[in-house]
Design a protein around this ligand. Sequence first.
Ligand code: AMP
Length: 178
Amino acid sequence: MTKTAMTLELLKKSVRDIPDFPKKGIIFKDITPLLQNHETFSFIIDALSEELSKLKLDLIIGIESRGFIFSPVLAYQLKAGFAPVRKQGKLPWRTHQVNYSLEYGEAVLEIHQDALSSGMRVAVVDDLLATGGTAEAACRLVEKLGGKVEVIACVIELGFLKGRDRLSSYNVFSMLNY
Ligand code: AMP
């Protein structure tokens, strides 16, 4: 086993499974043990930065809420800007909105209308990719403003939910696949 493969196995072990949270039938991937250890957190940030540094990004978009843990750190490392995509009603200025489907019902994500300018090279960052609906909605907001989504980057991918298929027109990078 290579050093990186070994580390990835260790990282996977530091993600805690919480059955039936926030509701029955969901196994929630709790990343707090991974964050509270300097070595695991810095390994994640360094690996994501290395991958994203190839793309000459102007802006890192973080998706509320756990996307906010990683995206500003990456923006700092990559000398790019940071802008949030948030749930409805949280952003203070003028927004664009997009509706997207959740497992049950619909939700709305928003971006500030001046979050980016046309032609900017953007990464969309979240903690976890499940069905891909959230990431896809964030990409639509970026594209509404003329931005170019160079990558969707996540720490965890729940591969069995096939989010990657839904996002087949995008470059998707994830570190830990389950
Ligand atoms: P989806 O839109 O289905 O790809 O869901 C991705 C979003 O929901 C991300 O913002 C995740 O933080 C959150 N999420 C979905 N499933 C889980 C899970 N099993 N554990 C932790 N977060 C999840």
